[in-house]
Design a protein around this ligand. Sequence first.
Ligand code: GLN
Length: 244
Amino acid sequence: MELRVLSLYPEQMNIYADRGNIVFLQRRCEWRGIDFSHAGAGPGEPVDPTAHDLFYIGGGQDRDQRMVAKDMVASKREALADATGDGAVLLAVCGGYQLLGHSYQLDEEKLPGLGLAELETVREPGPRLIGNVAIEVDLGSGPRILAGFENHGGRTYLGEGAVALGTVIEGKGNNGRDGREGVRHDNLIGTYLHGPLLPKNAWLADHLIALALERRYGTRPELEPLDDAFEDAAHASARAAAGA
Ligand code: GLN
């Protein structure tokens, strides 16, 4: 088996250890004898919706998002809609998460989004939402905790019928008001938890790997357990930092 990952705009949308999330996926595959391939698609580059099973968009500053938003809609929207409509996994973090929605309103300017999730983001007056965060998530195998760090000026509002990734236990979440964090739709996940999201939450990494392999090979594999002593410690520490 091979996990095929495509990073979208790896040069532009890459802050707070986004690359580390990819390395973590790679290691967890290699440790289990699963092949791993990773490619990037930058400005203007087309995406083949069948060539990859896990798509990743990292975080970015407002100026990075300005550089990619229109290009992403023009050169990648259709392929990403096809891929996610066909079971591919899409993980979008922070600035990437904001661009999954319909738009990101920045002062006078409205950046277009992919429109793959029913949400909108607005840069409202007020402080950035920064800090450690813990959310409760159920991706089908019972409630689990995701712990991480958030740092965003944009506030995200889910539209009618949109499902949050989780509920905030500690931290701010989508907008600091409604207790919801992230979004999820089929195998698409958007979240404000960045930094080393996957190393701090190895269970999520394995969940994404299994979903992506299921898309390619037709059945969801039982992933061999790994020695997660370091990962468990990282998770415990992130939870403790959030006070959860
Ligand atoms: N630029 C966005 C904001 O501040 C996202 C930031 C990020 O990816 N950390 O809201």
